[in-house]
Write a protein that binds this ligand. Structure first.
Ligand SMILES: [Zn+2]
Length: 61
């Protein structure tokens, strides 16, 4: 099981480029292209985003 794109609901793959928005929603970069830049918290491959935010989230719990 995995996390799906908030827009097209296709499961994200490790090498997909995704955007993370203020509400912690992940989208493919090509699905979130119309997001305004201020809402985008980060952008990168799903693998990198997952690694980066997984740990910070676990620590703050
Ligand atoms: Zn998508």
């Amino acid at each position: 099981m995995g996390i799906c794109c908030g827009e097209c609901h296709v499961e994200l793959k490790s090498d997909d480029y995704v955007t993370l928005d203020e509400f912690s929603t992940l989208r493919h970069t090509y699905c979130g292209y119309d997001l305004i830049a201020e809402l985008i918290k980060d952008i990168g491959t799903y693998r990198n985003i997952k690694t980066k935010y997984w740990f910070s989230r676990e620590r703050t719990k």
